[in-house]
Structures are given as C-alpha cells and as structure tokens.
Design a binder for this molecule. Structure first.
Ligand SMILES: [Zn+2]
Ligand SMILES: [Zn+2]
Length: 542
C-alpha cells in the first residue's frame, strides 16, 4: 500500500482494501448487508476529499455517513498497520477456483470453504481426486446424495449457468473474455437474449493450444472444466460456464455462426459450409444474411430492415432527482443531447408509487418551470414535460386531468397490484389506454427477470385498444425488465401497435440501455417505422 501524503494510506488505497475485503466476504458467504456495507464505505471513502487516514487518527471518521463502529475498527487497523488481517485469513480459506466450481454444481461458497478446509484441498484437480476417492463423505454435512450430485457434475460439468444471466452482465462478461483472447462474443448475448444461458467466445487462430492457455490465464476464468483440442469450457467465480471455440481462420465465420444461433436455427441451415466470415457462409448457403437478433427460430426469405440504434431520435422515459433518479433534469438533458438525440421526456413517478418519491400536480407544475429554464438553455434540444403516471387499482390515473392535459408526454404504468387477476389487470390497463392523455403504456407486463413473473394482463385486448386509440407500448431497456419481451413486441407490431424504445434511465449512464431496448425491438422484427421515437419531435407530439 502506498501513502497518500506521508500521513498513512491514501483514500484510494483504503477503498481498494475495503473492496477486496468485501469481495472475499462475499465469496465466504457473509451476509449481503455486511458485504454491501464495506462496498458502500469504499465508494464513500473514494469520493471523500478529506484524507480519511487523518479522520481516523483524530477519531472523527464516524462523522462520515455510513461509517459505523465495525468499519471504523477496520479503518483503524488499516491506518495503523497498513493491512487487514482478515483479508489474509480469508485468502487462505476461500479458493476462488473451488467457489466457482461449487456454484457451477450448485453448492454455496460456505460449503466449498468447508470442503476445502476439511479435506485440505485447494484446486479443482484435488477436488476431483477427493470426489473420485469417495472422500467427500468425510466432510461434516455432506451426505451420499450431495456426494453423488457433486461427482456427477464434476464428470459431466453443466455447460449452462444455474439461472440465466441478465443481458448487461452477460454482454459485459463475454465481451471482456473475448477481448482478453482476441476473439468475438457469441452465444445468447450476441442474439441479445433477455436471459443468457449459453455464453461463448469464438477466436480465430491456427494455434489452438496457445488460445486455450490465454483463456485459462484470464482473471475471470477460475477453472477449466472441459478441454478439447479446439474447445474449452471455463467457469467464472460466479459459477458461470463460458465456452471458448478456436476456429481455423478459413472457418471462423462457420464457427461464429454455429456458436451464435439457437440450436433450432442452426439446425435449420443444414450442413454449414466453410467461410472466413458469416457473410461468406450465408452466400455459400445461397441465403440472405440474417442479423444475429433474428437467429432464434428458423426463417425463410429476406429479413426486414431492422430498426437501428442510430435511428432513435429521443428517449421517452427517463427519471430525474425529482423522483428516484440520480441526475438533475439539466444533467439528463445534456447527456441525452450528447448522445445525439433531439428530445428527452422527463417521466418521474407519481405519488401512488410510494416506495420512492412521487410527484403530485403542484410538483409537476414547479417541475415545468425548471424544464422551461433548461429548454431555454439547451434549445433547439427539447426536454418534454412528461410523467410515468401510476394506473390506480380502479383504472383511474394518479394525476388530475387538468395537469395531464398540460403535459407533452404521458405514459402510464401499473406498479402496485401486479398480482391482480387477469380480468382486473386488463380492465385497469384498458381504462388507462382509453384516457385521452395517455400516449404509451410502460413495462406492460411488470416482470422483473429472475424475480417476478409477468403479470396476467390480456395483451391481445391491450393491443386492440392501443390500435383503436393510437397508444404505443414500451419495450423497457432496464436489463432486469426488458418488457415487452421480443416475442410480444412482434405480436404488438403485427397487431399494428407502435413501440416506444425507452431506457427508464435513473442516471445519465442508464441512457446507455437504449441499445438493450433497440435490440429487443429488433428481435421483435421492428423496422424504424414501427418505433415511435425514430420520428421527429413534431410527429411525437400531437
Ligand atoms: Zn415504472
Ligand atoms: Zn420509470
């Protein structure tokens, strides 16, 4: 650890140590809250201008918000000794390789720490040997059925994670691994699936052994569970398996196509000819090129000209600090303008949402003054006065009609009561669609991926009402929502409903999720004409 100013470790060094401790505690199965407390303390210390070492010495560090007595004690140890004994203890106990393998086969980190300690093993190889020798049963708490499960999983390692990865995480992981080996991301993330089960990287090269070594040496890959001449299955510390395929240069396109499409799609192409790139393979097949997003189910004929991110002219669903956003209206507007948009709609929550601050009619009028000032400053860029208005249990809206009619852009959504019956949810949503001020329905199914299933609303009825009233439906780009999903986007546009591609951004960074929303629209066969916010502002306002 190097010093900040000769008075002890600098803030960045302290933060780094707290983060290392948090990561190890997480692996060791510590409570979510203590792990989070250390991560937050690290973040806080990094952004604190005053030297934290001095605050610790003068006994004033607890004046920083979020620093309690446990963290103060760790900080004192760090400042006085330059290290944290617990980090060193945890590092000998928690073997990332064992933790990753454990998660892959369905055993928690604490279990793996116990196994490692009881049997004196540290590596995947040693674990395999111990399992083969029947020694797992020596570990307290491991019965014959767990033993059998682990042995089977080690012999035939699962090639898919235990649950699907959200799109942002899956994409980030395969991109990082691909960059690390000079390859290209493939598998489900390349098709922009909302949950990824197959993660793959394809790398061109005629020295497969070297490519496999590079893959194994990546910090994210804690263990290689399968290895063939041109293929390996690695696993991350989170227990996520990732396949590496090393393709001869003249077959790179062939292998990339095979590692990208869904199984039924790839099977529908028949035997794949050699091709250095995908275009060459499609040409040799006598078929038009198909973008990865459409390689889900077999398709014949020419694919449509799908909407592209560059055709999006504005974001119609973002939040600000007026409700639960992290950035001001000005900051959101400048960030949207810097992306190249012509407009952005500030759609903060209304009162009924309760779990976060919501706006009433008076708040919206005061917010309108702030928006007017920002518009004056940023013209010709345009900030729209919008709302994400709650649809109440009886189908009425959470704002009075007079304020709704003043707004430029009204979208409505169901937050509370997602478990209502199909009949109740449908009546409620239809009532909102029929309200003259409502322009779009946000996250119509209310699902949270890996957490809450889609609600029971009758989307056929919703789409029919939308066509009648000229209301759009959203495909929400938050990675744990992606709502509507791609198949339902396709149903919507077949019914003649317009789609809004929105981010629901709660920060300037969140605006980047437009690529997730657009990818979902593309998976749903949308052309630019199907997406409302590819249009100039005058056509969006009516
Ligand atoms: Zn919402
Ligand atoms: Zn929202």
């Amino acid at each position: 650890m190097h010093s900040g100013d000769g008075q002890g470790p600098g803030n960045a060094a302290i933060a780094e140590q707290l983060e290392a401790l948090a990561a190890l505690l997480d692996l060791a199965g510590a409570s979510y809250y203590s792990v989070r407390a250390y991560r937050r303390a690290a973040e806080l210390i990094r952004s604190t201008p005053a030297p934290v070492a001095e605050l610790v010495r003068s006994g004033r560090v607890r004046e920083l918000r979020g620093i309690g007595s446990a963290i103060e004690a760790r900080l004192r140890e760090l400042v006085e000794t330059g290290r944290l004994a617990e980090i060193e203890e945890l590092e000998t106990e928690v073997q990332p390789e064992l933790v990753g393998l454990g998660r892959l086969v369905g055993l928690g980190p604490q279990r793996m720490v116990d196994i490692g300690r009881a049997l004196g093993i540290r590596t995947a190889g040693e674990l395999r040997e111990a399992a083969a020798a029947g020694r797992l049963r020596e570990v307290p708490g491991i019965g014959p059925s767990t033993e059998a499960k682990v042995r089977a999983a080690l012999e035939r390692p699962p090639s898919r994670p235990r649950r699907g990865l959200l799109l942002n995480r899956a994409w980030e992981l395969v991109t990082r691994l691909a960059d690390g080996v000079g390859g290209v991301p493939a598998g489900d993330p390349r098709r922009w699936c909302d949950l990824s089960l197959r993660l793959a990287v394809v790398v061109p090269g005629d020295d497969p052994a070297a490519a496999l070594e590079r893959f194994h040496a990546l910090p994210e890959v804690v263990s290689i569970v399968e290895r063939e001449e041109r293929r390996a299955l690695g696993v991350t510390v989170e227990g996520v398996p990732v396949e590496l395929v090393v393709a001869p240069v003249h077959r790179f396109g062939t292998e990339l196509l095979r590692a990208t499409g869904s199984e039924p799609y790839v099977a529908s192409l028949g035997a794949l000819p050699d091709g250095a790139d995908e275009e060459a393979v499609y040409r040799a097949l006598g078929r038009p090129f198909v973008p990865p997003e459409l390689r889900e189910t077999p398709l014949a004929g020419e694919p449509p000209a799908l909407v592209e991110r560059a055709q999006i002219r504005g974001d119609l669903h973002v939040h600000s600090t007026w409700s639960d956003g992290k950035a001001s209206i000005l900051e959101m507007a400048e960030a949207a303008r810097d992306i190249g948009y012509g407009y952005v709609a500030i759609c903060d929550h209304t009162r009924n949402v309760r779990v976060v601050p919501g706006l009433d009619a008076d708040d919206l009028r005061r917010q309108g003054e702030e928006i007017a000032a920002v518009n004056e400053r940023l013209a010709p860029f345009r900030v729209l006065r919008g709302t994400e208005c709650d649809i109440l249990a009886d189908g009425t809206l959470d704002l009075p009609d007079d304020v709704l009619s003043e707004l430029d852009w009204v979208q409505a959504s169901v937050h509370a009561g997602q478990r209502q019956s199909r009949d109740q949810l449908t009546k409620r949503t239809l009532a909102a669609i029929e309200h003259p001020a409502v322009r779009s329905i946000s996250h119509p199914q209310g699902r949270i991926l890996n957490h809450r299933p889609p609600n029971a609303v009758d989307l056929d009825a919703v789409f029919a009402a939308c066509v009648e009233t000229g209301t759009a439906v959203e495909t929400n780009g938050l990675p744990d929502r992606i709502d509507l999903s791609a198949e339902l986007v396709r149903d919507a546009i077949r019914a003649g409903v317009l789609i809004t591609c929105s981010t629901d951004a709660h920060s300037t960074r969140g605006l980047g999720n437009m690529k997730l929303s657009v990818a979902t629209a593309r998976r749903g066969w949308c052309t630019a004409g199907d997406v409302l916010n590819t249009r100039p502002l005058a056509e969006v306002l009516r």
